[in-house]
Design a binder for this molecule. Structure first.
Ligand code: FEO
Length: 396
């Protein structure tokens, strides 16, 4: 049911405590998520976004129970991905005359998803929707943040920026606001969200944030479409995004590997020890990718100044967990990071070059040709690996 944010603006979304995977199976959501929809009740009554399809009936029933269905003057569809537009067909079934405000790309996406010819009203940056009572919604297109159709809506007077996916987190909570939730959990989910969803679009994030800041609009709240609403120092997440979108890195090294008979694992453990010994201030994390969550690993990559990726050679290639993470790393287009490849092998040893080539193609600065050890690394090979780790630490 409705939760008021101001005298005339309410949250009316869905908290999804059970969501474990998002984007199909691509994104782990250890803390669930929420699909935040908002209703503005001024002279005009306007809905901003809806919820994911499994909750469509519950959502529209809630609108009905709140007496909103017949009173709605418009729905603002800021983004057509189905976690926000999934209730549109049910809503439009009950209110087929309802005007739908979205970007030109929003029309294409919504038609592509639902194959309906609703009463679309295309908006561009700077277009306004008169809410009555002297208040307006001002639309700001935000293409590729993170879909071509994405947009923000700014409500004057109440000074609320409805930001859709931007500034969100996959975090289920009945507490609406950023200052009411566990801060560690909030920031873990916020940076994971940026790292896994927004990293490829970082140049556009920077440009869009600089544009919005140049408008010098007062902002009392940033009402996202996932997780909490930023009301306590709302610009803190904007400034964090500005940091994250500019070749972000910490004094951190991430080692990702998989192993068949513990040889490559032994190399990874040795590198972790050597780098930590040489540079105690550097945080080193090491994850076996057939066991570790890939989105958490990618968040570690995002936070790192350098990474080491390792796999034994199998079938002249790499283990599937490493092939998968290399594909993800390529897609996220990290910038400003160093890397090297490693692995054990029995007779041919192609894995190191495959990993190295892949990382180089993904935009990493390769530190060297990598490290390989034949068969199971013995004491001498582990000594060499330790020295390699020391040298790696010195080069990053
Ligand atoms: Fe939360 Fe792009 O959907």
């Amino acid at each position: 049911m409705k939760k008021p944010l101001t005298a005339t603006v309410s949250w009316i979304g869905k908290v999804d405590w059970n969501l474990a995977r998002f984007h199909g199976d691509e994104y782990s959501t250890h803390k669930g998520s929420s699909y935040n929809s908002y209703v503005v009740e001024e002279g005009k009554t306007v809905l901003v976004d809806t919820v994911w399809k499994p909750y469509a009936k519950e959502f529209v029933d809630n609108l009905e129970a709140e007496g909103l269905i017949d009173r709605l003057d418009a729905v603002i569809a800021q983004h057509a991905e189905s976690d926000h537009s999934g209730a549109m067909p049910e809503l439009m079934r009950r209110r087929p005359d309802l005007p739908v405000y979205c970007t030109a790309n929003g029309v294409k996406s919504l038609k592509g998803h639902y194959h309906q010819d609703w009463d679309f009203h295309v908006v561009k940056t700077g277009d306004e929707f008169d809410l009555g009572n002297g208040k307006k919604l001002i639309f700001i297109e935000a293409p590729m943040l993170h879909w071509p159709d994405s947009m923000f809506s700014y409500m004057t007077s109440d000074a609320i920026l409805f930001s859709n996916d931007a500034f969100g987190q996959h975090l289920a909570t009945e507490r609406l606001y950023n200052d009411l939730v566990d801060q560690d959990e909030l920031w873990v989910e916020a940076i994971k969200y940026y790292a896994n969803i927004l990293t490829p679009f970082s140049p556009l994030v920077k440009a869009k944030i600089e544009f919005v800041l140049s408008l010098k609009l007062p902002v009392n709240m940033i009402a996202t479409s996932h997780g909490v609403i930023w009301r306590d120092n709302p610009t803190q997440i904007v400034l964090k995004y500005l940091e994250w979108c500019q070749k972000y890195q910490e004094d951190r090294v991430t080692i990702l590997y998989d192993t068949m008979w513990e040889g490559t694992r032994a190399l990874a453990d040795t590198f972790a020890r050597a780098i930590s010994d040489v540079s105690p201030s550097t945080t080193v994390v090491s994850h076996c990718m057939s066991k570790f969550d890939k989105n958490d690993a990618l968040t570690d990559v995002f936070r790192s100044k350098a990474i080491l990726i390792g796999s034994p050679t199998i079938g002249k290639g790499v283990l599937t967990a490493i092939a998968g993470i290399l594909e993800e790393i390529k897609g996220l287009r990290f910038t400003g990071k160093k890397a090297a490849a490693f692995g054990s092998y029995g007779w041919s040893g192609e894995s190191i070059k495959i990993i190295g080539d892949s990382l180089e193609a993904a935009g990493f600065a390769m530190v060297d040709d990598g490290f390989k050890a034949m068969w199971n690394p013995d004491e001498a090979a582990l000594k060499e690996a330790y020295e390699y780790g020391e040298a790696f630490a010195a080069k990053i």
